[in-house]
Design a protein around this ligand. Structure first.
Ligand code: AQP
Length: 332
């Protein structure tokens, strides 16, 4: 019996992913790839909405793919590919954009936030149509579930609306995908500003732990993480956001429950706790980093893996696109 389909992706918007990407997404992806027929994309077309140096973007795309594999996404089990290598994404986006209301797209809060942050001069139309490209990504694969952070929920809802609209107008074409929202506890915050989410595009990298950072650099960042003056290791998101964030990271990487970590560090200072967490981080990411760097040492082999996975993705995507083109009246 065929497994249900899963689609997710990340933007190659930095040289390295950060540990929020790992805890909030990659760990789940790795587990879900057993039960689902999974498509994991490096969404380079989405990354074009930000200014990029072309050679840098190519490198960041390879580096992102290498980190997926190093984190345990198996390209022989899941389809791990680069979005722009499957032309159907951009082709379906055009059709869907003709069915999206201007007002509807204008309501997307991520666009409102980002365009406000960048200012009108630096806001491109691609940023505005970003959610429609995301809808195309998901719908091409007849996806059942889309694991995303809660910030992306609105985009998956738009995807569902567009799929229902298309199906209503032209007959059953797209499967209606369900968002699977990661728990709030899977959200990781910036170590220097524990009220802001840890992000690849953070203004300062002092509070961002990169997956490919040298272990000694990551350890230093953890030792310098902002805490509070209370001195007790306990979870209290509202009053102790810094310590709570460190506890969430600790628990996520060890599979332990937060109370058991609180018990272990009861009566000990933040220094000990941070040292313990630094060891956990170094232990987790040491092998991931080594594997990613090994893959990046042989870009030709990595490109070969990505090309064969893109061919596999194209086979599925082209079927959906053909059906769509025929239904909307394009000459086949
Ligand atoms: N801090 C985080 N905590 C938990 N999950 C996170 N994700 C990102 N940051 C955290 C999850 O990682 C995936 C990456 O998605 P993306 O690259 O498309 O963009 P993003 O969510 O905007 O991630 P970044 O790191 O903040 O990238 P930039 O700075 O480029 O926008 C998603 O599943 C997300 O939920």
């Amino acid at each position: 019996m065929s497994r249900p389909r899963l689609y997710s992706g990340m933007q190659p918007s930095a040289d390295s992913l950060q540990i929020g990407n790992y805890i909030g997404a990659l760990i789940q992806w790795r587990d879900l790839q057993e039960a689902y027929e999974a498509f994991f994309s490096v969404v380079d077309l989405h990354a074009l909405t930000q200014p990029n140096d072309p050679e840098e973007l190519r490198q960041q795309t390879r580096r992102t793919a290498a980190q997926y594999i190093a984190a345990g996404i198996e390209p022989s089990k899941s389809t791990l590919y680069v979005q722009s290598q499957v032309p159907a994404h951009a082709q379906l986006q055009w059709v869907l954009s003709t069915m999206t209301g201007f007002g509807e797209a204008s309501r997307m809060t991520q666009f409102k936030d980002k365009s406000h942050r960048y200012g009108a001069d630096k806001t491109n139309v691609g940023l505005f149509t970003y959610p429609i490209l995301m809808a195309a990504d998901i719908l091409l694969y007849q996806t059942d579930i889309v694991p995303v952070g809660d910030d992306q929920k609105q985009h998956v809802e738009l995807t569902r609306d567009l799929a229902e609209r298309f199906n209503g107008r032209y007959g059953e074409t797209f499967r209606i995908p369900m968002p699977v929202i990661q728990r709030d506890t899977a959200r990781i915050y910036d170590l220097q500003n524990p009220l802001a989410k840890m992000s690849k595009s953070a203004e300062s990298d002092a509070g961002v732990v990169w997956m490919l950072d040298d272990p000694s650099v990551s350890a230093k960042k953890i030792m310098r993480a902002v805490t509070d003056s209370e001195g007790s290791v306990r979870f209290d998101k509202e009053n102790k956001p810094g310590v709570s964030n460190l506890l969430v990271i600790y628990a996520a990487l060890t599979g332990r429950q937060i109370p058991s970590i609180e018990d272990e560090y009861a009566g000990r200072g933040y220094g000990d706790f941070k040292k313990g967490l630094a060891e956990v981080v170094v232990e987790e990411f040491g092998p991931v980093r080594a594997r990613a760097l090994e893959l990046l040492d042989d870009p030709a082999e990595l490109d070969r893996i990505l090309a064969s996975n893109a061919a596999r993705a194209s086979e599925v995507a082209e079927k959906t696109l053909d059906d769509v083109y025929a239904k909307v009246g394009l000459l086949r």
